[in-house]
Ligand binder design. Structure first.
Ligand SMILES: Nc1ncnc2c1ncn2[C@@H]1O[C@H](COP(=O)(O)OP(=O)(O)OP(=O)(O)O)[C@@H](O)[C@H]1O
Length: 855
């Protein structure tokens, strides 16, 4: 026999089959059946059971007040959780209490349950244009702030956007086309995201406008998970209208834009370096700026003008910082208002912050002369009358929950004050009655107390039962005590309870009204929140620019990149020694730089520095350089530094090649590409060949500005045949056998490589480095010998060939094979063959090289 409760459980569960159902039962959320088994495993909870024998079903539970953490864990594990509450007061119903799902928490919409520091949380979806070449229309939505971004691009590009933006869940519905479904499936795998279905009854009728379709789908999904119509969704903006700098996910990772490298000892991310904002909105705005730098000259200039202004006005800046310090997270509160979770405390906090916004507006209105700043201020609130009123009505420290007493300030409502006095008087009265009864009965331990079931009662310990007077009426017997009522107590109780009831009704009514008013103001509050976020971010960027002596960049539509004395802001900050500034000059004629030099010489720092300067400039920030002129970059790709993606199950080489593939297909003439030692992860000749072919392709086809760091010295020859390439090298010197890094970037290739010196520096035993140096010398000597004996043997057949063959044989005879590893030998052999082939193809030119040193 199924109990009515289980019946209800199963009905509710059926309405939400792809979520774990947390079913509220008194002070617990209970899970049953498979949900219970799964949750108990993931959360380490004891699995119990309900019922007996065969009909016993698995069950586990979490206390309701601690549920948040558990829900967070489940969602983090990629599950959906449906929260089912009791929606009536159990005391006022006979039989089973009505229950409803009040929230579905999913990986992409769990903003109240996950830590914001772990990055943004977004949901996304897409539809494909009927013709493949037209690409796809996509939208992504931040369920906390209600920001919705639309974009039209290739699916590959969209994947990149989704990845950097933290899309954790992709939404499909019954109208999603088959193709789109496939694309979404593939993306979900790449993003490690969940694919979720919007229930059919939520799908609005088919529309022609795909942009509309994708945004509506996401808004509907948020509404579905919140179990209410959200008030805080903003109209979608389009990436295609406001061009942004595309930063591939790999790039954001390599450059440590938002998060430091795994295992980094300090916060080495750009975000951490820049972030001294005062508000949660400011932090979000800054993160957003870094994630979406601009690619439109006018928009960047507008930001720079605001920044100039903020930098110039030190007093206003300081006052703003002061006001921002106490600012509450308005965006989070709007989300709470929207989902019906807001209570009196939220209302007070919003009112206080909105008043501060008015003050901030006043601060700047007096000094603002710049048009873009005016535009920013125009939408800040001007009038705080409403909020002053709210502050006057609510007590200083109101409770979080909507249903609580003592929320309205004394003097606001005479009726509330009167009822409160009755309640208070009765408390005094009860104390007095207690004293009186103790006196009358002689029972010193007698006490008057209250509970929800019996109301007020007099409690007497069992040992004093004999002293109880006749007019006491027994209510309840406990182990060591008896509880009584008297007619007087009953009378008083009715008075008190009715006063408290009325009081609660009145206070709740007031609060509900305030919440309703605030809900109507959500768009205004959101607008304020985002402007305050921007102002906070600008104040922050201003402080940084002043503190670290940044300069204002010049942006234009050229494809130049000119930096004088550029620095890497984060490395400079943490370096104990002085940072060596470096110049950069790229243009149409100097499109691709091949950078050589010793390990640890500063190649990757140099490349990162260039990338960060470009990003900062396109954010609208000042930059760490004496001068910077930047032809606006449309897409930024980097492949720098050791990959730590090995943990994700992909080989370093595979990841590297995937990223290379991405940039080769996506980059344009306006892009900037930074590559560090690509091809290193494979056999020398594979690697070298890949590297060379990539350079050729970038030079001939893509024509993007490129910095290419490499250890293949062979590549320094490329400028001879690829006119837009040139050599750069990081300087090092060896003094008395010690290697000194100068960190200075020079024109021209590195004259030698310093592998052995670096090995020594790194503590490789002297015997090994000495031996290596000997081997190197031998090789170089052989090379010289070969060069001397070199004859162009293919010209005049037999005799020459003969001679060359003898030279080869002689070299072979001299090879220190005993000391070589098989790999050394094999590499040498490949080397030999490769060069002989090259010789045959290119005539005699290459011969000189065949025995040359391989350093
Ligand atoms: N311009 C500079 N001024 C001062 N110190 C620097 C500079 N550039 C780099 N360094 C220091 O040198 C270290 C090594 O730099 P980096 O990692 O860029 O070398 P690399 O040439 O890329 O080495 P590898 O080829 O091994 O990757 C940095 O951690 C930093 O401490």
């Amino acid at each position: 026999m199924k109990t009515p409760m289980l019946d209800q459980y199963e009905r509710i569960k059926a309405s939400c089959p792809d979520a774990l159902l947390m079913y509220r039962l008194g002070d617990f959320y209970e899970l049953f059946y498979d949900d219970a088994t799964l949750a108990s495993e993931l959360l380490g909870l004891t699995l119990t059971g309900r019922g007996k024998g065969d009909s016993r079903i698995p069950m586990c539970g979490v206390p309701f007040h601690a549920a948040e953490g558990y829900i967070g864990k489940l969602v983090d594990a990629g599950l959906r959780v449906a929260i089912c509450e009791q929606v009536e007061d159990p005391r006022s119903v006979k039989g089973i209490v009505r229950r409803e799902i009040v929230r579905i928490v999913t990986p992409g919409t769990a903003h109240e349950y996950l830590r914001e520091e772990d990055g943004p949380l977004r949901i996304g979806t897409l539809e494909l244009r009927s013709s493949r070449t037209l690409g796809a229309v996509a939208a992504m939505l931040d369920p906390l702030t209600g920001d919705c971004l639309r974009m039209e691009a290739t699916t590959q590009e969209l994947l990149g956007w989704f990845k950097t933006s933290g899309v954790r869940e992709l939404i499909v519905d019954s109208q999603t086309s088959e193709q789109a479904r496939r694309a979404i499936g593939e993306m979900a795998t790449a993003l490690n995201a969940l694919v979720s279905h919007l229930p059919a009854d939520r799908v609005t009728h088919a529309q022609d406008d795909l942009a509309q379709v994708v945004t509506t789908r996401l808004v509907e999904y948020v509404s579905y998970t919140l179990c209410t119509t959200p008030l805080h969704m903003k109209p979608a903006t389009s990436v295609n209208d406001t061009p942004y700098l595309y930063v591939s996910a790999g790039t954001a990772h390599h450059l440590e834009l938002l998060e430091p490298r795994r295992f980094a000892k300090r916060s080495t991310s750009l975000f951490d370096f820049l972030q001294t904002t005062h508000t949660a909105m400011g932090k979000r705005a800054l993160r957003q700026m870094i994630l979406y730098p601009l690619a439109d000259g006018k928009a960047i200039e507008a930001r720079l003008v605001v920044l100039d202004h903020v930098m110039e006005n030190a007093v206003a800046r300081a006052e703003t910082a002061e006001l921002l310090r106490g600012f509450r997270d308005l965006e989070k509160m709007c989300a709470r208002l929207s989902s019906g979770a807001a209570g009196p405390r939220d209302i007070l906090f919003i009112a206080q912050s909105m008043r501060r916004a008015v003050q901030i507006r006043n601060v700047w209105e007096q000094v603002a002369t710049a048009v873009p700043l005016h535009a920013l201020l125009a939408d800040l609130p001007r009038d705080d009358a409403q909020d002053v009123q709210i502050e006057a009505m609510l007590v200083d420290d109101p409770p979080v929950a909507e249903r609580a007493l003592g929320v309205i300030r004394e003097g606001v409502d005479p009726e509330i004050d009167r009822l409160r006095r009755i309640a208070q008087d009765s408390r005094a009265y009860m104390a007095e009655l207690e004293a009186r009864e103790r006196q009358r009965t002689g029972i010193r331990s007698l006490k008057i107390a209250y509970n929800r079931v019996f109301g007020y009662y007099i409690e007497v310990t069992a040992s004093n039962r004999a002293l109880v007077p006749d007019d006491y009426e027994r209510k309840q017997t406990l182990a060591g005590a008896e509880r009584y009522v008297t007619p007087e107590l009953r009378l008083r109780e009715t008075e008190i309870l009715s006063a408290e009831d009325q009081l609660r009704n009145l206070e709740e009514g007031r609060v509900r009204q305030m919440i309703e008013e605030m809900r109507r103001r959500v768009p205004e509050i959101q607008k304020t929140a985002s402007l305050i976020g921007m102002l906070d971010a600008f104040t922050d960027l201003a402080e940084i620019a002043l503190r670290y002596r940044f300069t204002r960049p010049v942006l234009d539509d050229s494809t130049d990149l000119e930096i004088k004395a550029g620095r890497h802001p984060v490395v400079e900050r943490w370096l104990s020694a002085a940072y060596v500034p470096n110049d950069t000059f790229l243009s149409d004629e100097r499109q691709l730089a091949i950078i050589t030099g010793p390990n640890m010489g500063g190649k990757s720092t140099y490349m990162r520095q260039v990338a960060l300067i470009v990003i900062l400039a396109q954010i609208g920030s000042y930059v760490p350089a004496d001068y910077a002129r930047i032809g606006i970059v449309d897409k930024l790709f980097t492949r720098i530094g050791a990959s730590d993606d090995v943990a994700s199950g992909q080989s370093t080489f595979m990841v590297e090649m995937a990223e290379t593939a991405e940039l080769l297909t996506m980059a344009t003439e306006k892009s900037l590409i930074l590559l560090d030692e690509i091809g290193r992860g494979t056999a020398t000749y594979d690697g070298l060949s890949i590297a060379e072919a990539v350079i050729e392709f970038l030079h001939d086809q893509v024509k993007a500005r490129t910095l290419f760091a490499t250890h293949y010295h062979e590549l320094t020859e490329l400028p001879q045949r690829l006119p837009r390439t040139f050599n750069l090298s990081v300087a090092a010197s060896t003094e008395r056998d010690a290697l000194i890094f100068l960190h200075h970037v020079n024109e021209g290739p590195a004259n030698r490589s310093y592998g052995i010196d670096v090995a020594k520096l790194a503590g490789v035993p002297k015997r090994v480095t000495a031996r290596a140096r000997m081997l190197l010398q031998e090789r170089e000597a052989q090379a010289r010998q070969m060069n001397r004996e070199q004859v162009s043997f293919f010209d005049t057949p037999t005799a020459q060939e003969d001679q060359e063959a003898r030279a080869i044989l002689e070299t072979l005879a001299e090879l220190p094979l005993d000391e070589w590893t098989p790999r050394d030998a094999l590499t040498y052999l490949f080397d030999l063959r490769e060069r002989l082939r090259a010789t045959r193809e290119n005539g005699s030119e290459g011969v000189s090289a065949w025995g040359a040193s391989r350093n």
